[in-house]
Each structure stands twice: as structure tokens, then as C-alpha cells.
Design a protein around this ligand. Structure first.
Ligand code: MEV
Length: 307
């Protein structure tokens, strides 16, 4: 029975703004969702959640992926799905995209389809639509291709060679889970309420991503960190933060990170910080001492693959 794994992700710059067509930069990281698929009765088992009722809302994205694969590749709909994810759920690390991508990949293998990564990403995206309404597509792109990615709705560029050496990313988990779809809708609503000012903040976010790209090219990690913190400020302005995110941003900066920001949808979920390796380790140890779940993450350059 084919089994595929797909990586989770962090977003370095541009989440939320990316939903409205502005650019973003994300990195696939070495935490994985694994999905195995075999021909048989339509059933879903999750190692973390147990059996999932096929008529429950949780099953909707999987059904959508099966439907799309049936329509495009004649795969049929009768498959048993086994999911095992090591990516925290509802934390902004792309767990749903990694599941949808690994499911699509193993399903297309199980049905013997001739397919490309582009097919996997497109079909998994339809699963993502069921999860949170208006996804930009960055999460399924990162889970499919891996690497450091500059993304603008519908197109992307790999930036792997620009990933700076001598710095690491620290993830701190607020432990607060939230619904991406709700935060995305609220942020879009706030943009409308703010009118012209909302437009200016979105333009600023777009400009910030271009400046981050320049900082990556110049290997200027101090500037990169500073831009991450500015990005957090913009996300705060748009209502995507919560006091736990702001607290952990302050904590990471206080402990010597070059920069820190919420990553993903926000209002809980994770905060990321950029720091030299020894400093990153010290930040992890101190946050853990304070009772915060924190760890360093490594890039994944491969994206989805069979195991
Ligand atoms: C979620 O990882 C990132 C958001 O920008 C939503 C999306 O891009 O689909 C908040």
C-alpha cells in the first residue's frame, strides 16, 4: 500500500496579505504528515484522532480530494485512508496542507495515475478549500515542493540557495488552537473596514516581502530579523495577533533573536524567531524553562514523497 509524507511549514513573511494576491515567503520544515491509501471501503483512520466518521465535517477535505482525483484521473472513490501526522494541528504549521498533499500523492500512486507535482498541489488545494474557505495556496505549495519559496497566488519561485547560513529558526507554540478560516475572514473584513488605510497596510506588506527578498540576497540576517518583527506589527494591525503571540515575540527579542513574528493564521498558533544557532538553543531552553513548548526547525527541501 503506498504511503507518502509531506512537510509542514513556517511563513517567514506575508501571511494573510498573500490571500489577497500579495507575495509571501515560506519555508517547508522537517515535521511531517504521513498518509497511506489502499483500495477498499471508504474509511478514514487517524492515528491522532482515531476513526473519522465519513459524514463528519472533518472528512470533507478527504472526500473532496477523492472526488477531484476520480474526476481528473479516474481513480474511483473507494479507498481506505490512514493518517499519521507529527505536525501540530491548528498551530499554523500547515498540518492540513501536509495531510491533503500526502493523501493526494499516495492516492494517485494507489490508483496508478501518471501525475506531476503540479497535479498533486492542485488537487490538494481543493481539499484546503474545504478546510478554510479562501486559501492562498502557499501551504499546499510548500508541502508539495518543499524548500524556501517566494509565493504569489498561482505562481512560485524556489529560493533555496538564499537561505542564510549561521542562523536558525526557533518555533514557540502558544498552545492556543484556532480556526484559520475564521481568522482569514476577520482579517479580510478588517481590511474592508479600514478602507484606504487597509489598502496602504497591504501595500506595505507587499513592499516588506520585496525588501525581505533583497535582505536574503544580501545575506543580511540582522535586516531579515528586523523585517520579521515589522511583519508581526502589520499582522497585529490587521487583527491577526493575540496577546500570547505578542508576548512570545517580546520574549524572543528579549532573549536575543534578530527578529520574531507570529507565523500562519495567528491569534495563537506559533511564533517564530530568527537567531544564531547557539542563541537559538538558549532561547529554546529558556522558553522551555518558562513552560513554553519551543524547538528549532530544519528546512525540508524535498516536499512530498513516497516512504
Ligand atoms: C496560513 O498558513 C496562511 C494564511 O495566509 C492563509 C493562506 O495563505 O491560505 C493565513
Amino acid at each position: 500500500m503506498p504511503c507518502s509524507i509531506a512537510p509542514g511549514k513556517v511563513i517567514l513573511f506575508g501571511e494573510h496579505f498573500v490571500v489577497e494576491g500579495y507575495p509571501a515567503i515560506g519555508l517547508a520544515v522537517g515535521l511531517y504528515a504521513s498518509t497511506c491509501v489502499e483500495k477498499g471501503e471508504f474509511k478514514i483512520y487517524s492515528r491522532q484522532l482515531g476513526p473519522i466518521d465519513p459524514s463528519s465535517p472533518l472528512a470533507k477535505p478527504f472526500l473532496r480530494v477523492l472526488e477531484e482525483a476520480a474526476r481528473e484521473f479516474n481513480c474511483g472513490r473507494d479507498y481506505t485512508i490512514y493518517i499519521d501526522s507529527g505536525i501540530p494541528v491548528g498551530a499554523g504549521m500547515g498540518s492540513s496542507a501536509a495531510v491533503n498533499v500526502s493523501l493526494t500523492h499516495s492516492l494517485l500512486h494507489a490508483c496508478g495515475a501518471g501525475f506531476t507535482r503540479e497535479d498533486v498541489s492542485r488537487i490538494a488545494y481543493m481539499g484546503e478549500v474545504e478546510v478554510h474557505g479562501k486559501p492562498s495556496g502557499i501551504d499546499n505549495t510548500l508541502a508539495t515542493y518543499g524548500g524556501l519559496v517566494y509565493y504569489k497566488r498561482g505562481s512560485f519561485k524556489r529560493l533555496d540557495t538564499l537561505l542564510p547560513e549561521g542562523v536558525e529558526l526557533v518555533v514557540a507554540d502558544t498552545g492556543v488552537k484556532r480556526d484559520t478560516g475564521v481568522v482569514v475572514r476577520d482579517v479580510l473584513e478588517k481590511r474592508r473596514r479600514l478602507g484606504r488605510l487597509g489598502g496602504i497596510l497591504y501595500e506595505a506588506a507587499g513592499e516588506l516581502v520585496e525588501e525581505a527578498l533583497a535582505a536574503l540576497r544580501e545575506r543580511d540576517v540582522v535586516r531579515l530579523g528586523e523585517l520579521m518583527t515589522v511583519n508581526h506589527g502589520l499582522l497585529f494591525s490587521m487583527g491577526a495577533s493575540a496577546w500570547v503571540n505578542d508576548y512570545l515575540v517580546h520574549r524572543m527579542l528579549g532573549l536575543g533573536a534578530y527578529g520574531a513574528k507570529l507565523s500562519g493564521a495567528g491569534r495563537g498558533g506559533i511564533v517564530i524567531g530568527l537567531a544564531e544557532p547557539a542563541r537559538a538553543q538558549a532561547i529554546v531552553e529558556e522558553l522551555e524553562r518558562e513552560g513554553v513548548k519551543a524547538y528549532r526547525v530544519k528546512p525540508d527541501y524535498e516536499g512530498v514523497r513516497l516512504t
